[in-house]
Design a protein around this ligand. Sequence first.
Ligand code: PGA
Length: 256
Amino acid sequence: MTRTKIIAGNWKMNTTSQEASALIQALAESHSGWGLHDHKKVVIAPPFLYIQEAVAAFGKLSHLFVAAQNCSQYENGAYTGEVSADMLASVGAEYVLIGHSERREYFGETADILLAKIRLALSKGLTPVFCCGEPLGIREQGQTFAFIREQLETCIFQLPENEISQLVIAYEPIWAIGTGKTASPEQAQDVHAMIRAELSAKYSSGTAQGMTLLYGGSVNAKNAADLFSCPDIDGGLVGGASLQADNFITIIKAMK
Ligand code: PGA
């Protein structure tokens, strides 16, 4: 089975309007030289404000998609400052990051909140990219697998098979995010294989084998090819290195 490979760029709370336009244009203009084929996608997650511009620029280009970095756990109504899954779908976003460690840590997002977001996103036709990953202390105690299993059990494993199979999962060890410390390909592959085995045990091997699992955490132009050569790593969720077109394009090209 050919799994879809994805390189996703998470811009976080970066870029002015002018910087965002320049980055979007640089990607749109160069994309024909990236060697993308049917099972390979590039997704960018700019701040909400620039989603429509990215959708317009990528609209007719194959393999390029737009994600939001978050969505509300509520459907609509009196929730000042929130952006709903429905709004995102209506402007042409196709993916939404859910459960990034920064959302969990700084905005208090719990497994229940994340599950509500995922259900809403799916109901509006968005593909959730569910993020999980352990802090350094947990890794040092040798509890990584147990920690990730718990993150899966309490959230996405509550979904039926026909829903979970629509998700993308990103493994992002917190100690590797924005620190310049990448998980080694072996460390990342071990967790990815564990996640796939859990999916297989809980659902079916077909579902487990079909799902795209991304690695995130200080992916850069130098380490990308080694990470992406691992059998259970189907691409990357890239933060800092997605803010410079040259770096991001090198990472995209590292995906074989
Ligand atoms: P980083 O961020 O590549 O800057 O480490 C990754 C992420 O948080 O998605």
